[in-house]
Design a protein around this ligand. Sequence first.
Ligand code: NAP
Length: 535
Amino acid sequence: MVSGIVMELHGKSIIGGRPVSSANAKTFSAIGAVTGEPLPTTFHETTPAEADQALKLAEQAFEEYRALPPDRIAAFLIRAAEEILKLGEDLLQRANQETALPEQRLIGECARTVNQLKMFAEIVREGSWLEATIDRGLPDRKPMPKPDLRRMLIPLGPVVVFGASNFPLAYSVAGGDTASALAAGCPVVVKAHPAHPGTSEMVARAIGLAIEATGMPPGIFSMVHGTGNDIGMQLVKHPATKAVGFTGSLQGGRALFDAAAVRPEPIPVYAEMGSTNPVFILPGALKQKGSAIAEGLMQSVTMGVGQFCVNPGLVFGQQDENWRAFSERTGQLAAGIAPGVMLHQGICNRFEQGTAQFQKIPGVSIAGKSSVEATKGRAPALVFSTDSKTFQQQPALREEVFGPSTLLVSCGSTAELEQIARGLNGQLTATIHGTDEDLAEHKNLIAILRQKAGRLVFNQFPTGVEVCPSMQHGGPYPATTDSRTTSVGAYAIKRFARPVAFQNFPEASLPPELQNKNVRQIWRLIDNQFTKADV
Ligand code: NAP
């Protein structure tokens, strides 16, 4: 990572490319995740008038932006990636102060952010994502002629994105939601997460530089600040907003989803929320490599202090001596893991409350815990253990506890494992550890889990989400509000577009992607055949 450009933070909202703050705005500071002390720079909360202005500018800019040639949008996304890279060490340092995420993790996240922008630039330039579909007319068809019909995706309009606390770069201001919405041709208004406003400002200004350098309409990007729910709600309710991208709590995501649904014009909310990511360890695997699975599990549970939406929070297996040895080993490993600093005090408080609630439930015990006492802002590694009966009687044990803890649940039989799987909530992931024989004997379990989760993992762990076209990061509610979509990977772009069909249109009035000559050389479905040929 290069030494970055020196950027003095101004602490203002960025509305249509300009820093904006009003004299009577409320102010707040970022809190150092390690120190618990305010960091330099006073941030100004966005006023309702400024938020309104951001969406009006986005609405105006949409007209021009959606009509731009794809190469220009691609050039803008690539330039945004380059401008973020230029922030170098400054960005990493500020993000580290605000989140306590270590430098190596932030370097990885920065690379992911930059690569996502470049990936979407390539998708836009290549063009096949538009799903151009052509059915030629058959004027002589009997009894009715068939009309010429041509269909493709078009952008929805301004998108509101809520920055995630746990990915200050890859799922915040220029993260996957923003990159995919801009790539689809939608202007974006970001609500910066109040836990990392300085990191957010730096990235927003990098996007601003890219807008200027590539001649984009400035209204395509704004970033607002706020420490309460009001400003986010206002953005979601604004008539110019056409879709929302969110990563965070179930309560927050659900509140925004409900608000969007009761608008005079309801809009889609793509909220990625809670998931307990169950792991099923089948008897053969447990016997063969229980200790290695325990090690992999604890690495996955405590990676990033457990602050991943795909953190494995529930582990199921059949009670026998191998399960007992596995539980014991998992507990021992937890004891050797030092408490880690969490992203912000609020998340730490919720972890403490969640784990305290588990401890109060009769039949739940602690199999292992960090042997070093956790100080303020830090969370210990924690392994709970219980039996299937308690698990089934206590709905609280199904709730996500965001942080470095997991619950081991012993079951009596294969039938009980299946019964438990049937009762699980919707999940981002479900994991199976097994041998070939285990798989053959647990076909039902796999069939059940397929209905419950967006991604099934075999003999690995769910943490570490690859960004590529085949990734699915989304699952049935409450994991997300729309299981048909993904928030990671190439298909994320489809969330911000809708199909439109042109019937019997003259060639010259069709978008280039639907004209007879395939000028962009994209994949098109013509009369049910995928082809790059002309009509
Ligand atoms: P959060 O509380 O859901 O907040 C995320 C963003 O949404 C913030 O900008 C927040 O604004 C806004 N927001 C939340 N509720 C809102 C509402 N009712 N109306 C309008 N805006 C609202 O998430 P967080 O701060 O990242 O972490 C809190 C908890 O969320 C964690 O303890 C964890 O349980 C969960 N979480 C889950 C994931 C996941 O991927 N599953 C990721 C991160 C967090 P304000 O802060 O200004 O209110």
